[in-house]
Design a protein around this ligand. Structure first.
Ligand SMILES: Cc1cc2nc3c(=O)[nH]c(=O)nc-3n(C[C@H](O)[C@H](O)[C@H](O)COP(=O)(O)O)c2cc1C
Length: 195
């Protein structure tokens, strides 16, 4: 797939086929992440690849978070970015994805340094999602599950000297959503050209 086609085809996938993802493809995705640019070339990212029982535990926890977060969505549908029932179905099993990848960085006391680490890990995260798209796979950048951070740390044995950046399910898309409209597709408001 051409690079710009990959960019345009990437979507947040929330419903996956049960088809397993070959280890070789997971490694390709992680390798793409590992090639991201990073502040001071620190390459600070670390990855947890979660399957099996631990993945199910993460789904149970995120399901509870989304249940609480969306409890008034039926009464106020304009607040909802997707129907509550659909969001719950996604959350409880991470859309049925066979794999979940979690991105970590070292926790740093200096906020300037910490920001640089998070930005570097975000570049890795995007590389990962683009690589997944190029392989016919899909993912969904997620920070909502971090509301259950204490639980995540416990289940995944993440020590306090690590920060959890984001989570993505990875799998073959069962449903590919339509592109979300761009706020400024002609880039007339978001860009200023200076000389
Ligand atoms: C930092 C960040 C956090 C996100 N957190 C969540 C999340 O917790 N749950 C979720 O379903 N989607 C999450 N998303 C995905 C966005 O909802 C999605 O990117 C947006 O709606 C645009 O859709 P698209 O990715 O298909 O273009 C997150 C995206 C980003 C960049």
């Amino acid at each position: 797939m051409d690079f710009f086609e990959v960019i345009n085809k990437r979507r947040s996938i929330r419903k996956f086929k049960p088809t397993p993802v070959a280890r070789e493809n997971i490694i390709k995705i992680l390798d793409a992440a590992n090639w991201a640019p990073s502040a001071l070339n620190l390459q600070p990212w670390e990855f947890l690849v979660v399957t099996g029982d631990k993945k199910n535990l993460l789904g149970n926890n995120y399901g509870k978070i989304v249940d609480n977060y969306t409890k008034d969505w039926d009464e106020a549908p304009d607040k909802a970015f997707m129907p509550r029932r659909e969001f719950m179905q996604f959350a409880q099993i991470y859309g049925g994805a066979p794999v979940i990848i979690i991105v970590l960085v070292a926790a740093h006391a200096d906020p300037v340094y910490q920001k640089a680490l998070l930005e570097s890990a975000s570049a890795a995260m995007e590389n990962m999602l683009l690589a997944a798209t190029a392989l016919g796979l899909g993912g969904c950048w997620m920070t909502g599950p971090l509301e259950g951070e204490t639980y995540l740390r416990d289940v995944l044995e993440i020590s306090s000297d690590r920060e959890i950046v984001a989570i993505t399910p990875i799998g073959y898309p069962e449903v590919i959503p339509n592109p979300r409209p761009r706020l400024d597709p002609a880039l007339t408001q978001k860009v200023r050209w200076l000389s």
